[in-house]
Structure formats: C-alpha cells, structure tokens
Design a protein around this ligand. Structure first.
Ligand code: 5GP
Length: 187
C-alpha cells in the first residue's frame, strides 16, 4: 500500500486490519525519522539512528529501503519472512520507490502482490491534512507536498488506485479487494 504523505494510509490500514478474517499482519518498517506524538517504537516503526540503519543496509537485512524527505525508511526482511512463514498476508505500507522494488522482487520469484495506491480527494485536502498534523516545519511540509505530487504521478503502477474520501468506505473497498484476490489465489 502506498500513497502520499498525509493521505491517511495509517488510519485506513488500521481499519482494514480490524477484520481478522483477512489474516493480515503489518510489516513494521525501520526509520531514522523521529517519532511523532503518540507513536511508539516497535508499533508504528522501529526508530533507529542513521548509523544503525546504515549497518542494516550493509548487512543486507532490508527487503527494500529508500531515502525519503531527509530520512531512511526500510522493510526489515527477517520480520516479513517470519510473518510469511506463519502463513500471514503481509501488508507493507511503503513509498513508491520501495513498492517498485518489492513488486519487482515478488515478480521474480512468482509471489503474488496486491498493490493499492491511496489517493486524496483533492490536493487541497491533502495539504490541509499535512498542515493539520502540526508536526513539521514549513520546509519539510513543502517537500512532502512536492513529493506527494510526484508520487501521485506513479499511481498507475498500482493495480488498485483508491480515493480516500470516507474512511469506512475506503476500508471496506480494500477489504473486499483483498477477499477477492485471496479467493482468486486459492482457486
Ligand atoms: P511518514 O514519515 O509519513 O511515516 O512516512 C513517509 C513515507 O515513507 C510514506 O510514504 C511511507 O509510506 C513511507 N515508508 C514507510 N515505511 C517505509 C519502508 O519501509 N520503506 C519505504 N520505501 N517507504 C516507507
């Protein structure tokens, strides 16, 4: 699942995951950005230093990683492997570059990927949300906004573009797609 910063991916993800029948597990990423108010280490992210992150890159511990608005973000490989061995459908919430890497890797080994791109109802709505978070200085906000436009340009690389206008409806749409895709694979 990808989508621009501020589109509400985290909230949508939490809502979708309330449905335990989907057998989903969230892949907790590693990042060098600091926690926002209310975020906890090991829940939203594993918050690490730049040195720790670079050590993980060197040791090949990341399935993919990217440098996004002055910070590293990456998917710990062993955690995804563990969840998959438990038979879970693993949900990654990552940026467009990371998603490209994962989609290519899965294609290589014949693994199924269901890709969602969450879109804002409008660019103004997105800006309001990013500003409403009040967690970042103006230059970071500007960078996130210009990044958002570039990310939206890549939404056609995803199988399912979904406009997040209403949380309940968005979550329902995504849940229905996951059920449909899972049934396809078990046919
Ligand atoms: P935020 O700072 O708003 O939590 O995340 C910024 C961006 O990084 C979002 O687009 C988010 O999806 C992405 N992101 C989060 N975790 C990962 C990851 O493990 N890998 C990559 N490539 N992007 C990530």
């Amino acid at each position: 699942m990808s989508g621009p910063s501020g589109v509400g991916k985290g909230t949508v993800r939490q809502k979708v995951m309330e449905d335990e029948t989907l057998n989903l597990a969230y892949s907790i990423s590693m990042t060098t950005r600091g926690p926002r108010a209310g975020e906890e280490n090991g829940r939203e992210y594993f918050f690490v230093t730049k040195e720790e992150f670079e050590k993980n890159i060197k040791e090949g511990n990341l399935l993919e990683y990217n440098f996004f608005v002055s910070n590293y973000y990456g998917t710990p490989k062993s955690y995804v492997d563990q969840l998959r061995n438990e038979g879970k459908n693993v949900l990654l919430e990552i940026d467009v570059n990371g998603a490209k890497t994962v989609m290519a890797k899965c294609k290589e080994i014949g693994d199924d990927v269901v890709s969602f791109f969450i879109l804002p109802p409008s660019m103004q709505a997105l800006e309001n949300r990013i500003r409403g978070r009040r967690s970042e200085p103006e230059d970071v906000i500007q960078e996130r906004l210009s990044k958002a436009a570039a990310e939206i340009d890549q939404s056609s690389n995803y199988k399912y573009p979904v406009v997040n206008d209403n949380l309940e409806e968005t979550a329902k749409l995504i849940r229905d797609i996951i059920v449909k895709e899972s049934n396809k694979n078990s046919d």
